[in-house]
Design a protein around this ligand. Structure first.
Ligand code: PDD
Length: 278
């Protein structure tokens, strides 16, 4: 596949960076994952706005304006034969001659983009739902920054994998923040509960759309973290992300969620989601 590295398109095998890059040494960088449907980047404006907020959060200047990003992303998609893809974009603080925690003065940021075919969502995930486990949210206190340092997320996701589950739902002080790589929704007593934006969660672009769809569906929405007790009493639980859209969770910590099947409210929002993709 064709990737973009520091100003040039090239085959993935040809793309190389310095071992002194601060992304490599410190995880000092931010990223985006943008879904592409039928060759068109989905909700791109939202992703570019969040990229700017992430860059502001780590005090790194955006190396490009939005028009340049749009052009580069469209070019990357075309070079990878269009269709359904997932664009990965990252910006690191670049490389300095010495390893020093303090920011180096005047270095060029490192820009990398790749695009891979969007993995189709397994049929049975939609038919029967996925399994999730709860784990303590061991991340830092700036989860609103989409940072490339994802060690905590990897550890928690691996815990889910080892338990035969597809996602880990994160509990901070007895409250549900989000998933290891997704935002989370609890539908209970006819109210949709999802964490408000703030430092404890990543403001998902898919989450914004889900909230818009919930409003269109006339659902009551409560923007707060569900308690652990509410989570375990939920009628429905869902997770959302750019690569997974909106997926029902039907088993939590080995126990049935609600009826044990994908619920009617998920069904309705999922259908509305598909309509938005056209
Ligand atoms: N992750 N929360 C976390 C911790 C995430 O990593 C993600 C997405 C989301 C959902 O955000 P969005 O709807 O904007 O994709 C929430 C991406 C897909 C990833 O790391 O691959």
């Amino acid at each position: 596949s064709e990737v973009f590295l520091n100003g040039q398109f090239m085959p993935a095998q040809a793309a190389q960076i310095s071992v002194m890059d601060r992304g490599y040494l410190f995880g000092d960088g931010v990223y985006e994952v943008i879904p592409v449907y039928a060759g068109k980047a989905f909700l791109l404006a939202g992703h570019l706005a969040r990229l700017q907020r992430s860059l502001d959060g780590i005090d790194l200047k955006n190396p490009l304006d939005n028009v340049s990003w749009q052009t580069l992303i469209q070019d990357l998609i075309a070079r990878n034969q269009g269709g359904d893809q997932a664009v990965y974009l990252q910006i690191t603080r670049g490389s300095a001659p010495q390893r020093d925690h303090v920011f180096p003065p005047a270095v060029l940021p490192g820009i990398f983009m790749m695009s891979n075919p969007l993995k189709p969502i397994p049929e049975h995930w939609l038919k029967t739902g996925i399994d999730a486990i709860t784990v303590p949210d061991i991340r830092w206190q700036r989860c609103d920054i989409k940072a490339i340092s994802l060690l905590a997320n990897c550890l928690m996701k691996q815990q889910a994998e080892a338990a035969g589950a597809q996602e880990a739902l994160l509990l901070r002080a007895g409250r549900l923040t989000e998933g290891a790589a997704s935002n989370t929704y609890v539908f209970l007593d006819n109210v949709l509960i999802t964490a408000d934006t703030g430092p404890e969660i990543l403001a998902g672009i898919t989450r914004e759309l889900v909230l818009q769809l919930a409003e269109e569906a006339g659902l009551k929405v409560s923007l707060r973290m569900a308690t652990e007790a509410e989570l375990h009493r939920a009628d429905e639980i869902w997770v959302s992300s750019s690569t997974k859209e909106l997926i029902p969770v039907t088993k939590l910590d080995g126990k049935r969620v609600g009826s044990g099947s994908p619920g009617p409210v998920w069904q309705d929002l999922f259908q509305r989601f598909q309509n938005k993709k056209q």
